[in-house]
Design a protein around this ligand. Structure first.
Ligand code: PMP
Length: 361
């Protein structure tokens, strides 16, 4: 009997039960080889096949064009904050960054160590409750790239449009929104995402980079951080996190079985609608984000009186609704409803919210 509860954690986040069961079933003896996938050489035919299948499935899911490399790297999305300027910004060069929240600003801070960063647009003017339209941005023609974060995991702010940057490559931190709905990869120079939300377990960051952007790393870039080196070595310049890669592959297969990203989008749309409708219809709960800019994956909400936070969380836990506490910088609540969080979890949360409001509203 499974005792798995509903997990609304922002990351490491819920994984599909079917995937965990499959990993469990083949943990000790992977496909009759007499050992687990974790115990195999990353250079064995068996593991290379697993790695290649994972890449192919991700390519299929996202319709990644042939002129893009897919890299499975380490160091999380945070390492990309440095790796991107080291690879794409020439010495003494500059890049444009859009600031829509905490993760954008972390990227800005790190990039500033390597060159000049122009904050071309900022949600600051809207207290980070709305995304400034591109007509409010000041992009520079000579930027090495434009960086933005399509979904701010902490603030719960998401772009429902893709910036148009002409010849300047667009770089997107999709850590908390990748695979939540289809995107047109060809509009991006580079996409990257830490795995521990919609891709798989932590320990892996996926980079999807247009080929012409590889091979531009500055001379001082560490070998391990040079995208061209990673690409040339099929992401195996050194030992990759093999188990995380394998498990991510199982998630990609699971997403394909669900019917691909169009179906995933419909499911996620229904989930987000159910939760925002409940928040908006209530007297007790509020979400401050401009309606058009609301995140589908990370939904922060506050209770009218923060003295109710503790009893709300305690009651949620009693009902098997876990990890609803908001980020420490924001307070309140946050429900992260990634792909592996089913509609039933959202329904249970909405029912509990109504019940709690009846008692305390
Ligand atoms: N960017 C975004 C949008 C994130 O949500 C996170 C993690 N929550 C990060 C970057 C940092 O990821 P990591 O912990 O993999 O470095």
């Amino acid at each position: 009997m499974s005792k798995r509860l509903f997990n609304f954690c922002a990351g490491p986040a819920a994984l599909p039960e079917a995937v965990l069961q499959r990993a469990q079933a083949e943990l000790l003896d992977w496909q009759g080889k007499g050992l687990s996938i974790m115990e195999m050489s990353h250079r064995s035919d068996e593991f290379v096949a697993v790695a290649q299948q994972a890449e192919q499935d991700l390519r299929d899911l996202m319709s990644i064009p042939d002129n893009y490399k897919v890299l499975f790297l380490q160091g999380g999305a945070s390492q990309q904050f440095a790796q991107i300027p080291l690879n794409l910004m020439p010495d003494g060069g500059s890049a444009d960054y859009i600031d829509t929240g905490i993760w954008s600003r972390k990227a800005i801070e790190e990039a500033s160590r390597y060159g000049s960063v122009n904050v071309a647009g900022s949600a600051k003017n809207y207290d980070y409750f709305a995304i400034p339209g591109q007509n409010e941005w000041q992009l520079s023609a000579d930027a090495a790239y434009v960086h933005y974060c399509p979904n701010e995991t902490i603030g719960g702010l998401e772009f429902n449009w893709v910036p148009q940057t002409g010849e300047v490559p667009l770089v997107a931190d999709m850590s908390s929104s990748i695979l939540s709905r289809p995107v047109d990869v060809s509009q991006f120079g580079m996409i990257y995402a830490g795995a521990q939300k919609n891709i798989g377990p932590s320990g892996l960051v996926v980079v999807i980079a247009r080929e012409d952007l590889l091979g531009r790393a500055r001379a001082s870039c560490p070998t391990m951080l040079d995208y061209a080196v990673a690409a040339k070595n099929d992401s195996m310049y050194n030992t990759p996190p093999t188990f995380a890669w394998y498990l991510s592959g199982l998630i990609f297969q699971w997403l394909k079985e669900q019917g691909g990203l169009e179906v995933v989008k419909r499911v996620n749309d229904a989930k987000q609608k159910a939760l925002y409708s409940a928040i908006d219809a209530s007297e007790l709960y509020t979400n401050p984000i401009n309606v058009a800019d609301r995140s589908w994956m990370n939904i922060p909400f506050r209770l009218a009186d923060d003295r109710l936070d503790k009893p709300f969380l305690a009651g949620a836990e009693e009902r098997g609704l876990l990890n609803l506490k908001g980020h420490r910088s924001v307070g309140g609540m946050r429900a992260s409803i990634y792909n592996a969080v089913p509609q039933a979890a959202v329904d249970a949360l909405v029912a509990y919210m109504a019940e709690f409001e009846k008692q305390h509203g």
